[in-house]
Write a protein that binds this ligand. Structure first.
Ligand code: SF4
Length: 368
């Protein structure tokens, strides 16, 4: 069993050949992406955070809007968090947006207007792990540090026929060492991007295009006819499912919205009050109880407005949304951090999770 990359049969000539072929292919065939037109570490940081868990095609528009709104780290640091979350709405994993904002504030206060260059300093930025720090340091500052994201890991597992579990701590360590051995010291940023691009465009998870691959003749899995075996698979767990009841609490033409606590799932976003349907409880009973617990209001639960099925990254939900008539009480942020009465037309000024956005779109449709 391999315990380090040094034990792998990686020759110097193989490494040099791989770097050359990879780079030639990348220079000719890589995608023109907006964050590849800049050496600004702030913009590279924003793109890397957006690209965590999100596809390039989705990120492009968000990135361009975000950079147009906050062209520099000082602009981002000076913005209210609510505006940052609003621009992030729909991109998911909202902790990323909160960390970007927090990180910008910390960098501006700790480093003046300069982005930290040192790898250990970059890792201190909230939300920046080993991969993101290596990407920023190598792309923006030409630091000789290899990145290993999911794409690079897959390319390495196949080219080297790595038979360990790439997700285990020992697997990550060995693949990181191997990536470092392969890294082109003269152009670390370009090399890292080329490895990621190869994994994204050619050496993809389900149907790698080996016939078009620039490193086909160097690839051990391809030579052995065993591409499908790598990377080693692990069994997947199914996502948990939650049954939720939520309330459209009407007071004339005003609707009540509540802001979720900062920490936790979908933190800092706004929503229609509601929550989990408990055992032996009807959705209507859950709505009445949740509204009272969350805001202190008494409501009369009326008709079902809509049922929404939605899958988030770590769980899926069935959300039953009921019209409710306001009866009494003054709304208080008991189980949330803020409450507001707003008109339907104003809902677009707030950031909501995707499932609530489906409700808002329908409300707006009905009003138009
Ligand atoms: Fe991936 Fe196939 Fe290229 Fe090997 S030859 S790196 S398996 S695309």
């Amino acid at each position: 069993m391999t315990t380090s990359a040094a034990e792998m049969d990686i020759s110097r000539s193989w490494v040099v050949e791989l770097r050359t072929r990879l780079r030639t292919w990348y220079d000719a065939d890589s995608r023109e992406l907006p964050w590849r037109q800049t050496g600004d570490p702030y913009r590279i940081w924003v793109s890397e955070i957006m690209l965590q868990q999100t596809q390039v095609i989705t990120v492009i528009d968000y990135y361009q809007r975000f950079i147009a709104a906050f062209p520099s780290i000082e602009h981002l640091a000076a913005a209210p968090q609510a505006r940052v979350l609003k621009l992030w709405e729909g991109l998911g994993y909202y902790a990323r947006a909160r960390n970007l904002h927090k990180g910008a504030c910390e960098i501006v206060s700790r480093h003046g207007n300069g982005f930290p260059r040192d790898l250990s300093e970059i890792r201190r930025i909230p939300g920046v792990g080993a991969y993101t720090a290596a990407a920023i340091a190598s792309i923006a500052f030409s630091e000789k540090v290899a990145v290993v994201d999911g794409n690079v890991s897959r390319v390495l597992c196949r080219t080297l026929r790595f038979s360990g579990d790439p997700r285990s701590s020992s697997g990550v360590k060995i693949l990181t060492e191997a990536a470092q051995m392969l890294l082109d010291p003269d152009a670390p940023g370009e090399h890292n991007q080329a490895m990621m691009e190869l994994g994204a465009l050619i050496c993809n998870p389900r149907s790698p295009a080996c016939g078009r691959c620039p490193v086909e003749t160097l690839c051990a899995a391809r030579s052995a006819g065993e591409v499908k075996l790598y990377p080693l698979k692990r069994s997947s767990k199914s996502k948990p499912h939650r049954n939720i009841a939520a309330a459209l609490i009407w007071k004339g033409d005003l609707l009540l919205i509540a802001r979720r606590p900062e920490n936790g799932l979908l933190g800092g976003l706004w929503e229609f009050p509601g929550g989990k349907i408990e055992k032996n409880e009807t959705p209507q009973q859950a709505v009445g109880r949740e509204v009272l617990e969350e805001t202190g209001l008494k409501v009369k639960v009326k008709d079902l407005f809509q049922t929404v099925e939605h899958g988030y990254s770590h769980f899926s939900i069935t959300m039953q949304v009921y019209h409710c008539e306001y009866l009494s009480g003054s709304p208080q942020p008991y189980g949330c951090t803020d409450v507001r009465w707003v008109r339907v037309a104003e809902l677009d000024d707030f950031a909501f999770p995707k499932a609530n956005r489906i409700i808002i779109d329908r409300l707006m449709e009905l009003q138009s």
